[in-house]
Design a protein around this ligand. Sequence first.
Ligand SMILES: [Zn+2]
Length: 100
Amino acid sequence: MLATRKEIIAKINDLPVDYANHVYIGKGGTATVKSFSGPGTHTVRIERWETDDQLKVDCTCRATRLCRHVAAFYAVAKEITPNTLIEEVKMPTEQMSLDL
Ligand SMILES: [Zn+2]
């Protein structure tokens, strides 16, 4: 399915705190993500990283919508956390004061 960066980031806020421990990044835009709710793992694939709004994502879980496995992989690969998202919002004012 196709997903936008925005959609994936919105999902990052839904991840459990230890999500990073569930992600094992593989080769060629793939990762193995341990299930958050039980035993088992899912294979996640993300293509077209370079575009923000037409990422091609796939997961072997049965979700028909964007799932948390994709969000977890994206978050780990791009080093985005709910905290970073808050920092990103704060950044402009902090940078302005540094320029003075
Ligand atoms: Zn999934």
